[in-house]
Write a protein that binds this ligand. Structure first.
Ligand SMILES: [Zn+2]
Ligand SMILES: [Zn+2]
Length: 389
């Protein structure tokens, strides 16, 4: 299968460069969607589904081979980021301040490559394959939109597989992880309310600023002292707002941040501990507090059986040594989690994109390597051929 995918490298690279040149932000992927539709329409046997989507594209390929009538969805995200590109590439972004810095141009090109392979080999698999070109992953919005538009119904999806490039693995390899793979993402805002005062006479007020300082330091004690050390959790305070002069103690200070972890039950535990701790510190300083904690995206929990089947299919096309089991999960998050909650089984895999000098995702000099395109396409296409028979 890798050879077949390699024959499409020019097509996939050209497609990726086009998408890279014309990146669009989350929920604005109109041109990107139009381009993808146009590419799919040129393939035989690819049906573009008519769903109420703002942006994004869903297509279906029905197998003509014998076997079970399974339905598998393959997902690629298509949105870009608000970053001014600094790669200097010939296909550098033509849209000021917008860039494909997370490799979604690569994911979309891979899925178009898969569409070409599978549409020309319909007699080799049974059932149906849905191709999900999902918008707005960066805002963790698109998966919900697609599910609400009915992408998982008619016919109902049994299994879903998603791809994302990662520099944890070299080009040519993929990384897999069974179980809790990507973290849940919650966000919180804390308001500390005191009484404002002249900076020279703090005893006449109630110092919200000092209280905030104690809270910021103490909150780290939740993860390090109150959570089992073998759990994976992180609490980061990323923004603080308060005061507007060097000599006035403000009456109120606000700070916000995020909690990520890999254990669904811990989310509420951490929230409650934060509330207790902030409340105690505020009370100690005669201030009051308000914690707004928003339970956001759940974690991506990869189904073990799907991971094993994907590993098997990948070994057949890439060779044993190019399929690695990742030693640890990721603290980043993905709205792919929502599909996994709505479909009986599925997983995300990490496509190796690390060259000799790997560049971090979400930076101005990132570029998805073309050599990884056939690898991703081969894995997805062979997963279908191996499981739909
Ligand atoms: Zn991203
Ligand atoms: Zn991404």
């Amino acid at each position: 299968m890798l050879q077949e995918a390699c024959r499409l490298i020019d097509y996939m690279a050209k497609t990726r460069h086009h998408l890279h040149r014309y990146p669009e932000l989350s929920r604005n992927e109109q041109e990107t969607s139009r381009f993808i539709r146009q590419e799919l329409a040129a393939m035989d046997g690819v049906e573009i589904l008519n769903l109420p989507l703002e942006t994004g594209v869903v297509a279906m390929i029905r197998g003509q081979g014998p076997g079970p009538s399974k339905v598998t969805a393959l997902r690629a995200d298509i949105d870009a980021l608000p970053i001014q590109e600094q790669t200097g590439l010939p296909y550098q972004s033509a849209h000021a301040g917008i860039m494909h810095a997370c490799g979604h141009d690569g994911h979309a090109a891979i899925l178009l490559g898969v569409a070409r392979i599978l549409s020309s080999q319909r007699f080799k698999f049974s059932g149906a394959v849905k191709l999900l070109f999902q918008p707005a992953e960066e805002q963790l919005w698109g998966a919900r939109h697609m599910i609400e538009a009915g992408v998982l119904e008619n016919p109902r999806v049994d299994t879903i597989v998603g791809v994302h490039g990662g520099i944890e693995a070299e080009i040519g390899k993929i990384g897999l992880y069974a179980g809790p793979f990507m973290a849940s993402t919650d966000r919180f805002t804390v308001k500390i309310k005191g009484v404002g005062a002249h900076a020279a006479y703090p005893h006449r007020g109630k110092d919200a600023m000092l209280t905030t300082g104690h809270c910021i330091v103490a909150l780290q004690g939740i993860v390090s002292r109150e959570i089992d050390a073998v759990e994976k959790a992180v609490l980061s305070i990323c923004k603080i707002n308060g005061g507007n002069a060097f000599n006035i103690l403000p009456a109120e200070v606000e700070f916000c941040g995020t909690v990520r972890n890999h254990n669904e039950e811990l989310r509420k535990v951490i929230r409650d501990k934060m509330d207790r701790m902030i409340g105690g510190i505020a009370a100690a300083h005669d201030c009051t507090h308000q914690l707004d904690y928003v339970f956001g995206m759940p974690g991506v929990v990869n189904n073990k059986d799907t991971v094993e089947k994907l590993a098997e299919a990948a070994r057949l096309s890439l060779g044993e040594s190019n399929v690695t089991m990742l030693s640890k999960p990721l603290m980043g998050s993905e709205d792919f989690a929502l599909y996994l909650q709505s479909v009986p089984q599925g997983c995300m895999f990490r496509l190796g994109i690390a060259g000799p000098n790997p560049v971090q995702l979400h930076t101005a000099t990132f570029d998805f390597p073309d050599d990884a395109l056939p690898v991703g396409a081969a894995v997805m296409a062979s997963f279908i051929l191996e499981t739909h028979k």
